[in-house]
Design a protein around this ligand. Structure first.
Ligand code: ARG
Length: 289
């Protein structure tokens, strides 16, 4: 006869995980020459005017916010004729102090890769890889504690995933994007805690197989609604505590607070006309451990 054992289960703690910010180094580029004269994603409508002084002020707010949180912000020189340069996340991916350069999918942005490369050369980054395959930097690469998540489907080539894995020596998980509004991984997924493999994402942006992979690797992920995703709410930057995100993504505020994060809404409405927001404007320079 078996015995019936009852165990007293402790109530799951309602207290959120204690969070800690870690100081970051970011690379940004002022939107001095920002305009929408071509359309390479569904957000870009060249017939809609851009308010350049407002774009600059909004971008400066973001830069100042990082600095006030203690992060350092390096600046890339904006170049005339490269209106998307403000989206500095796309120009390279830096992990362990090593730089994987970008190779853009569209000719309008091709020359940005060299501007980034020159910046890294001038700033003492000796380990710099010029890629063979198309990759749009941190637009499609997201670094968690255990993996590099890599988007494909619209911009970065699937072959760039192997190239990144070989170069960084970290496992790269390929994810298929299927909705043109979420043409870069960083429009659909954000790393919230890169020490703990914690992310938020919008499942609707991914193929069924990639959704299953994400559910398997990140069972506790914060899932964004279509509405918050459409406000580009996942185009966010976290330092482990503060999560800077587009302010219109109001539905993310409470779930982020419930998890112990401190969400900070930013207004980047002018840059949204180019199809980017907080994360697109921010490349993280990850130092060697
Ligand atoms: N207009 C730019 C493009 O379509 C926006 C890039 C946004 N950057 C990003 N990391 N998602 O390429």
């Amino acid at each position: 006869m078996g015995t019936i054992r009852t165990t007293v289960r402790e109530e799951p703690s309602l207290r959120p995980t204690p969070r800690e910010a870690s100081l970051r180094r970011y690379l940004m580029c002022p939107p001095t020459h920002f305009e929408v004269t071509y359309s390479i994603n569904p957000w870009m409508d060249p017939t809609k005017p851009v308010d350049l002084p407002l774009a600059l002020a909004q971008w400066e707010d973001l830069r100042d916010r990082y600095r006030s949180l203690g992060h350092s912000v390096e600046l890339l020189d904006p170049q005339p004729g490269l209106p998307d340069m403000v989206f500095a996340a796309n120009g390279a991916t830096v992990v362990d102090g090593r730089v994987l350069g970008a190779r853009f999918a569209h000719p309008e942005r091709t020359d940005e890769a060299a501007a980034h490369r020159d910046w890294f050369r001038r700033n003492g980054y000796a380990d710099l890889w010029e890629p063979e395959h198309v990759n749009e930097g941190e637009g499609d690469f997201a670094v968690t504690a255990s993996w590099i998540l890599a988007g494909r489907g619209f911009r970065s080539s699937p072959l760039s995933h192997d190239e990144a894995q070989e170069y960084f020596g970290r496992p790269v998980i390929g994810l298929e994007l299927v909705d043109p509004r979420y043409y870069h991984l960083d429009t659909a997924l954000c790393v919230l805690d890169d020490a703990r493999d914690e992310i938020m994402y919008y499942p609707g942006a991914f193929s069924p197989g990639s959704r299953a992979v994400l559910a398997r690797l990140f069972p506790d992920a914060l899932l964004a609604t279509e509405r918050d995703a459409a406000a580009l709410g996942l185009n966010a930057v976290s330092d482990g505590l503060h999560v800077l995100l587009p302010q219109a993504a109001v539905g993310l505020l409470e779930p982020l607070r419930d998890r112990g994060f401190d969400p900070v809404g930013m207004d980047l409405s002018e840059l949204l006309k180019g199809g980017g927001s907080v994360k697109c404007c921010t490349q993280e320079l990850r130092a060697a451990a």
